[in-house]
Design a protein around this ligand. Structure first.
Ligand code: GUN
Length: 286
């Protein structure tokens, strides 16, 4: 039986620590750190994510501002809103929920966000800073995964880590952070040959490929730690269920530690967004 890495509990600690620091920030500077969340269109999953982000921000004591734009909104309208948020002194963090409707240029919007307000850590300047080992705003999901791994290992140095998936949001920044922790990092993806043989060498597996229950028992070295970033809605036995990228039932008896879905990485991502908003606010008042 693997140890269950409890994302709810660990994220609650991050939230409580951040809330205490937000209160201190407010006393020191007389302002609340502000987080602006921008949602374009009506994608149901994005609506749920944004609602949870705004709710958490309020709990932490941030000034949270939600902006909703129609799915048909133009690139200019979205650029204009981002420009206004960039210059608004009450806003310290800006998050544009992805994916955007197909007619909008995601890369252009990400680059339009002021790098010091980029709480997602997606701006090319922040991506470059992470690659140089000098980042302050790091993508929330990989940051959450590192915090979870540090509850399992005192030191990640020298561990063989395999990251499955090469997205800009998770896979690439995850690999950069693991490298910063002195892991030996291998990235595998949909075109990798013999993915299973590579994964079975890993002390740490981070699955972020977006395929339900893709990783099965034969991929996992006995005693490995498995971090499951996937959140996939599937239909089973006539019921809608959320499953990860890892086949939990078969992997759990083999791994030493594993994150559940839900209740694993998901709550950590939101907690790290709160942490990043405070980090961003600090960099703007100093
Ligand atoms: N969509 C899915 N994950 C994320 C995230 O971490 N940030 C943003 N902005 N959009 C997302």
């Amino acid at each position: 039986m693997a140890f269950l890495i409890d994302g709810k509990q660990i994220s609650q600690q991050v939230i409580e620590d951040t809330a205490a620091e937000v209160a201190e920030f407010q006393i020191t500077y007389g302002i609340k750190p502000g987080l602006a969340v921008v949602l374009v269109g009506e994608d149901p999953a994005s609506q749920v994510y944004v609602r949870n982000k705004v709710k958490r921000a309020e709990e932490v004591g941030l000034n949270s501002i939600e902006h909703r734009l129609a799915a048909t909104c133009s690139q200019q309208a979205l650029n204009k809103l981002v420009d206004e948020l960039n210059t608004d002194p009450m806003v310290h963090g800006i998050l544009v929920q992805l994916p955007l409707p197909a007619h909008l240029n995601e890369a252009e919007i990400i680059s339009a966000i002021s790098p010091e307000k980029d709480v997602d850590g997606f701006h090319p300047l922040n991506v470059g800073a992470l690659a140089c080992g000098e980042a302050s705003l790091v993508p929330c999901t990989p940051l959450g995964c590192i915090i979870m791994l540090k509850t399992v290992y005192e030191d990640l140095s020298g561990k063989n880590a395999v990251v499955i998936g090469r997205s800009n949001i998770v896979g690439k920044p995850m690999a950069a952070l693991l490298l910063q922790e002195n892991c030996t990092v291998t990235m595998v993806h949909s075109r990798t040959k013999n993915i299973e043989a590579v994964c079975s060498q890993a002390d740490i597996v981070v699955a972020a490929i977006g395929r339900p229950e893709f990783v099965s028992a034969g991929w996992i070295k006995p005693g490995a730690t498995v971090i499951d970033v996937g959140i996939n809605a599937i239909e089973r036995d006539g019921r809608r269920r959320l499953v990860g990228d890892v086949d939990f039932t078969s992997v759990e008896p083999i791994a030493a530690a594993i994150t559940p879905v839900p209740g694993g990485v998901g709550p950590m991502t939101i907690a790290c967004l709160m942490k990043n908003t405070l980090t961003a606010a600090r960099s703007q008042v100093l």
